[in-house]
Write a protein that binds this ligand. Structure first.
Ligand SMILES: [Fe+2]
Ligand SMILES: [Fe+2]
Length: 401
């Protein structure tokens, strides 16, 4: 019996309160591999059931890992050394590079931050929700703030994960490169927060699923799991999402901000691919590789199925006639949000292939959830930030204002 069948047995008021928790139990119950469930389970309980990210107080996540010192300072990875050199050259100062004097009005239809077609308003209407023009702009502004808030929370995770991995990784060239990434992530936290705080004037709490992933990788003592979770999964997906928003937005400050962030992120994912390809191919047993392969698949599903802007639903529609199931339907049928989900995986899947986590054994599972179509796309080590941006600039947005 699934959550929806159980829920149908209860009165509506009760249903609304209980549904998020039943969904959480379903997420954890769906995990195929008991080892993966054991690895993600405690984070799942903290994020999905206890909602630790939403209590309005700082979260303390115990971090256990060994710092790897090398007193011989080897030049052990020329490609990482080259990334380090490029990262130093491409540092930018957000105060000087971005024009913060630009006036941003998220409700101004003349300069839409995201296009009208982003959300399926027709579907909302089918469910009896009629919005005025002002409300429609407001709802879109909420969705942008929500999306950018999740980017910001992800960047905080990336900042700490980059710092931990810099200590723990065994490649000395990787450590030097990692230090530049720590700086990059600090800048990303700074610019996303500044944009939300001073331009959109709104900050949403962290999405429960994102909390689970961050909690899982911060508390895992194995550096390569942190790396896989952050550099490949969270950053890979974020890079896709940044690209989609970059392509869709007509707001010049946000577009410029994303352009700079995308260039940094392309280096980060490139580094992730280099380090993990080497590590998975040469330093892990087949059993350990399989464990990572299963973990990556479950995390991909967690991101794919559950990134549904419930925080926006709670703000706008909780307690109205629109149920969470109907909201999900609105999200699944929205051109803009669907584009996000598609592009995110277009970036992620080739990277999983490149690091050796898409073996014949796991491919049928990706096929089943419709993600194998991205298998032959270019991975991050074959695609620089400049190429990525040129591709985005050259293509016309699928959803237009
Ligand atoms: Fe970042
Ligand atoms: Fe990053």
């Amino acid at each position: 019996m699934n959550a929806q069948t159980i829920l149908a047995l209860f009165p509506e008021k009760f249903r609304e309160r209980v549904e998020p928790y039943l969904e959480a139990v379903e997420v954890l119950g769906e995990m195929r591999d008991p080892k993966v469930a054991a690895a993600l389970g405690p984070s799942g309980v903290r994020g999905l059931l206890l909602k630790r990210g939403k209590q309005g107080v700082p979260s303390l996540m115990p971090a256990r890992h060994s710092a790897f010192f090398d007193w011989s300072y080897p030049n052990d990875h020329p490609e990482m050394r080259d990334l380090y050199r490029r990262a130093k050259e491409q540092q930018w100062d957000s105060d000087k590079t971005l024009d913060w004097a630009i006036d941003v009005d998220p409700l101004n239809p003349e300069v839409p931050i995201i296009p009208e077609a982003f959300l399926n308003l027709g579907k909302l209407q089918e469910y009896g929700i009629k919005l005025s023009s002002h409300e429609r702009h407001g709802l879109r502004a909420s969705l942008v703030s929500w999306q950018l808030s999740q980017f910001l929370h992800g960047e905080q995770g990336a900042l700490f994960a980059a710092a931990q991995v810099t200590e723990a990784v065994q490649f000395f060239d990787g450590k030097l490169y990692g230090a530049t990434q720590v700086m990059d992530e600090a800048r990303h936290v700074e610019v996303f927060h500044r944009y939300l705080d001073t331009k959109l004037e709104k900050l949403y709490q962290i999405n429960d699923n994102l909390f689970v992933i961050i909690d899982a990788l911060m508390t895992d003592s194995r550096w390569d799991m942190k790396f896989l979770g952050m550099q490949i999964m969270v950053e890979g997906l974020a890079l896709g999402a940044f690209g989609t928003l970059y392509k869709m937005t007509a707001e010049p400050l946000l577009k410029e901000l994303l352009r700079y962030v995308i260039q940094d992120e392309a280096r980060h994912v490139h580094y992730g691919v280099l380090a993990l390809r080497e590590h998975f191919n040469h330093h892990l047993s087949e059993r350990e590789r399989r464990e990572r392969e299963d973990w990556a698949f479950e995390v991909a599903l967690l991101m794919r199925n559950r990134f549904l802007a419930y925080e926006v639903y709670d703000e706008w529609f909780a307690g109205t006639r629109l149920t969470r199931a109907q909201w999900r339907d609105v999200v699944y049928t929205s051109v803009g949000l669907e584009e996000f989900r598609q592009v995110m995986f277009r970036r992620l899947v080739p990277n999983l292939r490149a690091i050796g986590l898409l073996s014949d054994r796991i491919q049928p599972h990706y096929e089943r959830v419709g993600l194998m179509k991205y298998f032959h796309e270019r991975s991050a080590d074959e695609l620089s930030g400049e190429q990525l941006l040129a591709e985005l600039d050259g293509s016309s947005p699928r959803a237009t204002a």
